[in-house]
Ligand binder design. Structure first.
Ligand code: ZN
Length: 520
């Protein structure tokens, strides 16, 4: 570790280059962590009048981090540095491998950061800020036309970004690579087409079957303080979110952030008349938190010390939220405890009725409220529209119509206005084009990973009684520990024995929902 004294070095040239590079990368990581801490504080604790100066302070730190990372000295060291064969950490057999990964990933990040002219970065940041404000107003007033010129500009910037980064087959490849390294638009297309063809018939059968229980129970009163206590107790005791390295706060939009693997912040929000929001939200963010906590301490304060991609990250949050938190064994094990925390909700209910209620499938308008079956259709729709916008086959002005047509085709519903349709997500206003597919890739991967873990009979036996210690160890061993030192596809192949596909997820949906909805 960096705080340890450095012994004499046998190959002075390469060792000192690498050691100096690591010191500089540690500094970049520290500055970025300070900026993240300020951002967490802004969302959870900060008094409102602090916003103006806080914005300036965060911009300074962001600029400083970028400057440190793109400094000429870093370029020189990145060119010269070699993995240590006989350096100070010779006792660690994985040191050379870790060093090689550090150089590879940092060179990749560095090349991406330096391919963009400063003027372009500034233009993009300015345009995103303006588009974000325009989007807030447009959504409030249900006025897509006022947002359209900003969105056209964001699409144009995305195209130019792809040109700067370079791509072989499709400009989308250069965009998605920032969120899901190594993934290509063509692969996403193939996986999504398969998923759509196999789950649309299932969705139609579920809808035709009608209600599987009384869902009004989800709207019964449950005090925020009691929701917090119950949600956190499960997060700690079942999912491992130890208070020695984490804390839970409230924010308008739930998120997970961290400043090291041992300093993790999770947030949630409460609705006393709709408890699933806070409970499943807390467990979702706990999945993200446990991933970050599981990254090897050897990668601390380097570019490798976080999750491999957004998709792999989402596989962890979805596993805790849905595969475990919305499972029958989970509700059988925790129903009594839940009933004590929420006596009004639990009145006249049992584990089975609660299990069915929290697994309601209903085609609806809003992505973030969607269930396990319909969620992915919201993503496929966005992915298809993004491709068409980038290719220029769809004009921004035609977007609301195209959106509504696909909603009708996939889910059989039509938004009554654009605020509940094309304007619902923040992503495009922030220039985040290429981001949406990672949500569905994460859903698919969550089941593929759980299936692989359950090849171990002991893990299956535990999971069947809602006990997760062995599963959590398996995840650290097979996914978490590597951080960014392996590509997502490498992690998936090694952990599950095959590339990512829709197979496991489709089978999971068919079994779970055929049972709940009594489909033959
Ligand atoms: Zn998430």
């Amino acid at each position: 570790m960096t705080s340890a004294p450095e012994p004499a070095q046998s190959s002075p040239q390469t060792t000192s280059d690498l050691a100096e590079l690591k010191r500089l990368l540690n500094q970049v990581s520290d500055v970025n962590a300070a900026a993240s801490l300020m951002s967490w504080d802004q969302e959870t604790q900060m008094p409102p009048d602090a916003a103006r100066v806080r914005g300036l302070q965060m911009a300074t730190l962001a600029g400083l981090g970028h400057e440190l990372f793109t400094a000429p000295r870093v370029s020189e060291l990145l060119e010269r540095a070699q993995p240590e064969q006989s350096g100070p950490d010779q006792s660690d057999p994985q040191q050379a491998e870790t060093d090689a990964a550090l150089l590879k990933v940092t060179r990749r990040d560095h090349a991406k950061a330096t391919r963009l002219p400063t003027a372009f970065v500034e233009e993009q940041s300015q345009a995103a800020s303006e588009a974000h404000h325009a989007w807030i107003e447009a959504r409030k007033n249900d006025d897509f036309a006022s947002f359209a010129p900003h969105l056209s500009r964001m699409v144009d910037l995305a195209r130019r970004y792809a040109e700067y980064q370079g791509f072989k087959d499709h400009p989308y490849d250069a965009l998605i690579d920032d969120y899901e390294p190594g993934m290509k638009a063509a692969q996403v297309k193939a996986i999504f087409a398969d998923l759509r063809d196999r789950t649309l018939p299932l969705l139609r059968r579920i809808v035709a079957a009608g209600d599987a229980t009384d869902y009004s129970v989800l709207r019964r009163p449950f005090a925020a303080q009691s929701q917090r206590q119950f949600g956190l107790k499960i997060a700690q005791e079942a999912f491992g979110l130890n208070p020695s390295f984490s804390r839970l706060d409230e924010s308008a939009h739930p998120f997970q952030t961290n400043f090291s693997r041992d300093d993790i912040r999770v947030t949630t929000r409460f609705d006393e008349a709709y408890f699933p929001m806070s409970l499943f939200g807390t467990w979702h963010e706990t999945g993200h938190a446990m991933y970050e906590h599981g990254v090897s301490a050897r990668l601390e304060r380097t570019p490798l010390s976080r999750g491999a991609s957004l998709g792999v990250h989402e596989s962890q949050s979805r596993m805790f939220e849905n595969l475990l938190g919305r499972s029958r064994p989970f509700w059988q094990r925790h129903f009594e405890e839940f009933a004590q925390a929420a006596p009004e909700v639990a009145r006249g209910q049992d584990a089975e009725s609660l299990y069915r209620a929290v697994n309601r499938v209903r085609p609806d308008l809003i992505r973030v409220e969607a269930d396990e079956v319909t969620y992915n259709f919201h993503i496929m729709l966005r992915f298809e529209l993004e491709l068409s916008l980038l290719e220029g086959t769809l004009a921004v002005a035609e977007l609301p119509e195209a959106w509504n047509a696909r909603m009708q085709e996939f889910l059989g519903v039509t938004p009554p206005d654009d605020a509940q349709g094309v304007l619902q997500d923040i992503h495009w206003s922030a220039g985040l084009i290429g981001y949406f597919p990672t949500y569905t890739l994460g859903n698919l991967l969550s089941v593929q990973l759980l299936d692989a873990a359950k090849q171990d009979a002991q893990i299956t036996e535990q999971v069947d009684r809602a006990e997760y210690t062995l599963l959590r160890e398996w995840l650290v061993q097979n996914v978490h520990q590597y951080g960014r030192s392996r590509l997502p596809a490498e992690i998936v192949q090694a952990a599950t024995g095959r590339p990512l596909s829709a197979d496991a997820y489709v089978k999971y949906l068919e079994e779970k929902y055929s049972d709940i909805y009594g489909l033959s």
